[in-house]
Structures are given as C-alpha cells and as structure tokens.
Design a binder for this molecule. Structure first.
Ligand SMILES: [Mn+2]
Length: 323
C-alpha cells in the first residue's frame, strides 16, 4: 500500500473509534514510552471526547514522559488497539491481545508477527517516535507541546543522538519541524534523558576494566549481583550503559549480561557496529535490530553458546573485510 494512503487509513481508524488503547513492548526504552504517551496526547488534543489509554508497566526513571494508564479491558466497547515499537505479539506489555479486533501496528523493527489489518513498518526509520511525528505532520492530528517534547526525546534516544545508521534526512527534517512548530526547550529535555548519578559512571569504569575482548573483537561481560551492589546501581543500569561501548577500535560487537533473580533469567544486551546480531539473538529468545538486540535466557550454558555464536559472527565479519 502507498505510504500516504496508509497514513490516511491510520488517521481514519483513529477517528472512527471512541476508545483507543496504545501499547508497546515489555522492558520499555524511551522510544517505546515516549511514542505511546506522545500519540495519546495528540489524539486527545485532536478529538476531545475520545478515551485514550497509554498502557504498560511504568518505570520511575521515565516519569517525565507522562502518566501511564490502567484499563479494564472487560469494559471496553469495540476498542482500537495501537501497538508501537514491537514486532512480536508475545512482547507486548499489559494487554490481552485476543480481546481486540481492530488493530494498528506502527513499528521500525524487522517484521515478525502480523497483528492487524493496518500495519505500518518502516525498518529504516530511526525510531517509532520519528514515525509518529511523520504521521502527525501528514494528517490532521494535532501537535501539543507535550507530544513534541516526547517525540524529540524518543528520536534523540533511539538514534543515540543522531549517531546510528538509520538517522536520515527525514529524521532531521522532522526534528526541525518539531522545534519550529512547538518551541520546545531542548536543554531541559536533554537533562531528563542524560542526567545520571556518579555511581553510574563509576560502574561504567568497572565494565570497561573487566570486559573480555576476544581475538575476533567480540567483547562480553557477565555482571553479578555483587557487582551491582558494590557500585550502588541497579539491574537496569547495564542496559543504560551498553551503547557507551560503541566506536572502540578493538570492539566490533559486545554483550552485557545480568541475572534477573525475580524473573529467573539472564538478560543480555547486545550491540554491534558491523556484524549482524539480531538473527543470533532470535535463536536465544531474543531479537531486535540488526545492530542492537537483546535476549532473555533461562540457563547459563546458553549464555555461553550465545557468546560463542556472536564471536563467530565477528570472525566471519573480519574475514569478509579482509577479502
Ligand atoms: Mn524503538
């Protein structure tokens, strides 16, 4: 379907529903939370009488994106479900997927599960927030200030401050429009995104000191509960720091592992600046983008197998470069 037609169809579907539930992936990042809350505020500003719920488990660190909602799915009448930033049904947070008939998916991950009749997949977009900005500028959806702020933060965060490969002319064009139309204060938004306690930087030093680097340029570290306690950080800290190990000469791909006692599994964050990693991650209950993936693994032997496969990907990548 033509992309303009698709965006008009999305707008029409939003217009024709009185109750709208917006969902995203488990373990949300700024793009996931910002896109849901941004779209919610936009729809509410455009259509005053609609009930719109941005749902999924809240994260205290991301409070500045706005309140998340609870919804009693039993009481909804013919609701529209909009799924953002997640390609597979099993990773959608906080809804009973079977309860919805009208479903829209807007996502920038490679396609996995078909969810509904309207699917807008752009795996060349820097972020879902970029796609929501495009949707708003190309339809009659309104742009309240909170929406513009959240979209800006989601784009900045998912593109690693415009440094990752899917940062495009379109990204800059849409960001330019967001600034022009909404007069947002970007310095205060950067404060939200990047202010951190000194303990986090000390912990980053710990990771840098202990990271194992193979001869194939794969780097990995298993982080223990004791390490976390010693530095006074929490178990989500490794995933906040993983992007900081980009652009290191000796490292092509890298993985940080932390054991999540509550859910009894190893959470693995993987990044790459060359070798494709999401296909390997998908074999270990994970997935994501070609150069940014994650996995949730039950037993430690599989963590080691994952490392071995990632190391192999780095080796192949090096061999191909030499030819
Ligand atoms: Mn995203």
């Amino acid at each position: 379907m033509n992309i303009g037609t698709l965006k008009r169809k999305i707008f029409k579907s939003i217009k024709s529903h009185d109750e709208i539930v917006i969902a995203r992936h488990i373990g949300p990042d700024p793009d996931a939370i910002a896109s849901t809350t941004a779209l919610k505020e936009s729809i509410k500003a455009t259509f005053k009488n609609k009930k719109v719920y941005a749902i999924g488990k809240g994260i205290s660190r991301f409070k500045y994106f706005g309140e998340l909602d609870k919804v009693d799915e039993e009481k909804l009448k013919n609701p529209l479900l909009i799924v953002l930033d997640v390609p597979n049904i099993s990773r959608i947070d906080g809804i009973d997927f079977k309860k919805y008939k009208d479903i829209i998916k807007i996502d920038h991950h490679p396609f996995e599960d078909k969810m509904g009749n309207i699917e807008w997949i752009d795996d060349k977009a820097s972020s879902v927030c970029q796609m929501i900005a495009e949707l708003i500028f190309d339809t009659n959806l309104k742009l309240p200030k909170k929406t513009a702020e959240n979209l800006f933060m989601g784009i900045v965060s998912d593109s690693e401050r415009f440094s990752l490969s899917y940062t495009s002319a379109k990204t800059f064009l849409l960001v330019s429009k967001l600034l022009e139309y909404s007069k947002i204060d970007i310095i205060s938004l950067y404060n939200n995104l990047y202010m951190r306690p000194f303990s986090e930087i000390r912990f980053q030093g710990f990771i840098a000191t202990h990271l194992n680097v193979t001869e194939n340029n794969f780097a990995y570290l298993k982080i223990s509960k004791e390490d976390i306690l010693e530095y006074g950080v929490d178990i989500s800290t490794p995933s906040n720091l993983v992007n900081n190990f980009n652009y290191i000469k000796e490292i092509l791909a890298w993985a940080l592992v932390i054991y999540d006692e509550k859910n009894e599994l190893f959470k693995v964050n993987i990044r790459s600046r060359g070798p494709i990693i999401n296909q390997v991650a998908s074999k270990y209950n994970g997935g994501g983008h070609p150069l940014a993936s994650g996995a949730r693994i039950k037993n430690e032997a599989d963590v080691n197998n994952l490392f071995a496969e990632l190391d192999e990907e780095c080796k192949k990548y090096n061999e191909n470069r030499k030819i």
